[in-house]
Design a protein around this ligand. Sequence first.
Ligand SMILES: C[S@@+](CC[C@H](N)C(=O)[O-])C[C@H]1O[C@@H](n2cnc3c(N)ncnc32)[C@H](O)[C@@H]1O
Length: 394
Amino acid sequence: MTPVDLELLAALRTPEGAAALAAAAEVSGADPLAAAARLRARGVPPPLAAAALTQAELRRRAAAKFGAAAATMFFTRAGLEQATRAVVADRRAARLRAAGVTTLTDLGCGLGADTLAAARAGIHVYAVDADPLTAALAAANAAAAGLDGLVTVACASATTVDLAGADAVFADPARRTGRGRAMNPDSWSPPWDFVAGLPARVPRTVLKLAPGIDHALLPPGAEGEWVSVDGDLVEAAFWCGPLAAVPRRATVLRGAEPVTLTGSGSAAAAVGPVGPYLYDPDPAVVRAHLVAEFAAGIGGRLADPRIAYIYTDDPVDTPLGRRLAVTDVLPFSLKRLRTLLRERGVGRLEIRKRGSALEPERLRQDLRLSGPNAASLVLTRIADAPTALLCAAR
Ligand SMILES: C[S@@+](CC[C@H](N)C(=O)[O-])C[C@H]1O[C@@H](n2cnc3c(N)ncnc32)[C@H](O)[C@@H]1O
């Protein structure tokens, strides 16, 4: 892949570049050498051809995050990886707009996913990124979306931005280092002490953070929201000052209608026996510490107060977790499990676990599955006893 630079980005935004991008989109996905040869055969100079092919490939990948809009956007690989999915950014922007935000300062805007969503919601955005190429991508993307009237992009360090009089602030610090995801907030950029100080300077602050963020880092009175998309936990957002509505929120985006669950984040769930129906809550519910609220909502209980599996006596439909029908409950024993699965003719087994140190793939091999049937297996712990729950296949 030929990384784009400022010069190539400028070239891609000329009419000649647009033609190269259109030609690259047609051949994208083909053998890279053949694709480059086809572009050169059309008279596209080699550096522009290589840059256009890289963009075409990134645009193809970006469709998963941005849908059809990806086809006119400009990317770097890192910028795309770090960008917020449009479905998440649009929800956040709509909530900001509904809260009366009309201008937003986006500190560390990346290639502009959150900036563009805010602008689409009618919010004026002052977007800042410390990296010159990334800032240029954000500006190019605002222009490509016809939103440049609402978006001003500057290349600067967030730490130097004058926030006096700012209406609202959004910050999504970079969490990657050369070694991958940085889990320590002090190694984020801008660093955590700067980010954590923002709500004191601008009350209407929203922070986008890694979903594994410690609840103890929530600023006093702020709302912690955990968001999942199609079952994948994608982010935490801290809504500060007057933007906070509840202590904790889980937002589950699956299908057309988002589902939210709210609560204190510190409630205790009812505890009782294993029941015929088991629910594996969505990861946003678990990370938001809303398992008790989820259990109460379906009239369920935990079998072990420390393990987030919920049980009911009757089946309850819920978009906030996966329901399984429990057929057998047994103390964990490889031998007994193997015998049971053989009796049931189980050749395909989905394995879930909470509170178990077993490695599912290793166990799958040890079980030597064979037979025409499918089932789900849940490995857990109940009152400190390793327990296996065999469930009907979903
Ligand atoms: C996680 S990305 C933002 C992604 C963006 N919200 C989006 O969805 O496209 C973080 C960005 O912060 C920028 N950045 C890092 N340190 C910065 C600083 N001190 N000032 C301004 N920008 C910074 C990085 O260049 C990177 O583009």
